[in-house]
Design a protein around this ligand. Sequence first.
Ligand SMILES: [Fe+2]
Length: 492
Amino acid sequence: MAVRLEKEFPSFLPSDDTHPYRTGAWRPQTREWTATDMEVEGELPSDLNGVYLRNTENPLIPALQRYHPFDGDGMIHAISFREGHAEYRNRFVRTEGLGVELEAGSAQWSGLAESPLKAAREDGWGARGRMKDASSTDVVVHNGVALTSFYQCGDLYRLDPVTLDDLGRTSWNGKFPAEGVSAHTKVDERTGEMLFFNYGTTWPYMHYGVVDATGELVHYTPVPLPGPRLPHDMCFTENYAILNDCPLFWDQDLISRGIYATGFHPEMPLRFGVIPRRGGENDVKWFECDATYVLHWINAWEDGDEIVIDGYFQQDPSPTLPTDATVEQRLFRFLDLHTLKSIPYRWRLNMRNGTVKEGPITDTITEFGMINASVAGTAHRYVYQVVPAHGWFGFEGLTKHDVVTGTEETYRLPGGTYCSETVFAPRPGATTEDDGYLVTFTMDVPNDESHCEIFDAQNMIDGPVARIKLPERICSGTHATWADASQLTARG
Ligand SMILES: [Fe+2]
């Protein structure tokens, strides 16, 4: 087993930490590893070629007052596969904010659960301002470069997708928006384009942009909203990008007093903004739907006059808690997918007559759906989703849902073991959409170890075909991506 400890960072967290998102499956790491030869159970498929990348909220420094898991510093875990051989690396994203806080040895900006007025510094990032851009939410590979991003908008940090070498921040030749870019940039594998949005507290409240296959910003337009909103994700079809205005947002009157409190407005609609891929603000066609908050979309496509959108409908986006609920229960209630009652849901928007049809796909509580990315923007058949833990943010297994037949299969991990957002890696020459592999990182808390687990996507319920032991137990995290070997060659 060839494993090299590359660097150890100092941790300023308490040694007897009890925070639920800094212990157990969320125990942060301080060490960066390179492993070029690891123990493998089962057989590593020789036709799995590419890299699986996952971002992580991995804090080194205590919050000013109240740590929220979305405040943790970004760390990327990458496992690359080539002809039956795997290499693993993990690296902190070298954000400006991490560098400043490590030097200070203390938090310099306010976290999500803290008032921006408490920040030690006047500057900062994020739609709200005076936050640290931890670049810890999402990761995609575009033009051969891994790009990490932050849910509150910030920079896009560039890393080599295999070695994780720091390549600095995206500048788009000086055209990078002052408003930053939100997590959930979308790469269209068919055109090579990357679509993105951002949001903020001042007019126009949202922008939309397109980066071409060579990494140039070629389109950037305001998308005015009625006020500050908290969109988290977007989706796209062959000809359109789809933005959203959900009725759960910061109270605009309180913002002027430095208070960022979210409120759900069930009397207001969820609005979709459908914009031609290179369209301007006057080209946006808006549709009104039943009130909810949508964290993530699964996919969208065009079907005749209709735009079809699959995503997760929260049946209770602003759950009320018992009066004796603890501060932590209140802070983290938006992290329990069972409390939010998040279910797969389909919206059909008629572009000709403006009507909407909508309804649940199933009543399964789930989220974090991944599809074969090569069909994104066109109709998909299979979606791979998580089995959420009860009461907190953790994934106990996977479901594979066939939206054509309506059948669903579930694979549950052993107790105390959690998986990551799981990607689909197509097999070369695949003739069916699910001909390929599912790849995930697991956190096995009872045995204090982590693995990369690989499943045959057509036989997911049989369990992994291979398990690769990582150098140490890794921290749970959020979003992940798969980049096929062919996507690793272009370097912008
Ligand atoms: Fe997300």
